[in-house]
Design a protein around this ligand. Structure first.
Ligand SMILES: Cc1cc2nc3c(=O)[nH]c(=O)nc-3n(C[C@H](O)[C@H](O)[C@H](O)COP(=O)(O)O)c2cc1C
Length: 312
């Protein structure tokens, strides 16, 4: 038992990240059934779609699971109401001010975790009354902080100041990475990219293959003027780079991005025109395997790495 397994009443301190177009009820319930904490990613769901995913997840597991709510998307009130109505017990908020929803959720008896990318925002989340903080380094897949603080530096810096449990995210896909994060001060890990390459992830097969094929150096954090996001360097990414060469305004970037790029890439499998969000650690992901196997392998590697370091 540690702070994270206790907080969520789970077996292993492995949290499957909420991820737009990848983390529906199938992935969340598979991870929860395997002893980790599965999260349904509400960011790509209309409110009633989210309700359906929550209901299916409840039917597929009797273990704890949660919902990730990126606060930059519309219909947040409706989403929060559904979460309460459906009796969800754990919410991970991200991309917004933790003050806005924490008190509302806590009043309903919900455990609240907020995702941050800096020490300053970790402290703000703690002040807002959250139960734990996810500190995410800039190697992570998806939307990210502008400052390019790595997980290796962020975790010990947050650890120095934070009193509540700390979850590390960004670049963790193996038990070895998990142990490293915990040695740096984390109580648990949130894993995104690794869980994209599973049969249970709802993302397109072609996207999963692109993740498996990606090597180190194949992703980049871009579009910082809008919302910084780490992408695979595909045709769309090259179009962004070409536009940057013309000193674009944020509106020019917005026009190129258009609507539904992420859906096009990750859900519909358009590897040229779509936005392909994945972390740097994709370079270490070489196969598609069941989510339960990911959890099992990570725990076995974690134990082996622990033994290995005692001989250093
Ligand atoms: C495809 C994809 C979609 C993501 N979508 C979200 C999201 O909707 N909400 C969120 O808080 N984070 C999102 N993230 C970030 C993850 O929650 C997580 O913190 C991150 O993936 C951890 O780093 P890793 O990819 O190196 O494991 C996403 C990441 C990926 C790879």
């Amino acid at each position: 038992m540690n702070k994270i397994t206790q907080l969520f009443n789970i077996q292993y301190p492995i949290i499957q990240a909420g991820m737009i177009w990848a983390s529906g009820w199938r992935l969340a319930s598979a991870v929860s059934n395997a002893g980790g904490l599965g999260l349904i990613g509400a960011g790509s769901m209309y409110p009633e779609v989210l309700r359906e995913h929550i209901q299916k997840c409840k039917a597929a597991t009797d273990k704890p699971f949660g919902v990730n709510v990126p606060m930059l998307y519309p219909s947040i009130q409706e989403i929060m109401d559904i979460i309460v109505e459906e009796g969800v017990k754990i919410v991970f908020t991200s991309a917004g001010n933790p003050k806005t929803w924490t008190a509302f959720l806590k009043e309903k008896g919900i455990t609240v975790v907020h995702v941050v990318s800096s020490v300053k925002f970790a402290m703000k989340a703690q002040e807002a009354g959250v139960d734990a903080v996810v500190a995410e380094g800039f190697e992570a897949g998806g939307h990210n902080g502008r400052e390019e603080t790595t997980t290796f530096t962020l975790i010990p810096m947050v650890k120095e100041k934070l009193q509540i449990p700390l979850i590390a995210a960004g670049g963790i896909a193996t038990g070895r990475g998990m142990l490293a994060a915990m040695v740096l001060g984390a109580d648990g890990v949130q894993v995104g990219s690794r869980f994209v390459a599973t049969p249970e992830a709802s993302s397109h097969e072609k996207f999963k293959q692109a993740v498996v094929q990606a090597q180190d150096g194949d992703t980049h954090l871009t579009l910082k003027e809008l919302a910084p996001v780490r992408l695979i360097k595909n045709k769309f990414y090259n179009d962004v780079v070409a536009l940057y060469a013309t000193s674009p305004t944020p509106d020019d970037l917005k026009n190129l991005l258009g609507r539904a790029r992420a859906k096009k890439g990750m859900f519909e499998g358009d590897l040229d025109e779509g936005e392909l969000e994945i972390g740097q650690i994709a370079g270490l992901i070489n196969d598609i395997k069941p989510a339960a196997q990911v959890v099992k392998d990570m725990m076995a590697e974690f134990e082996a790495a622990k033994t290995e370091v005692t001989s250093l």
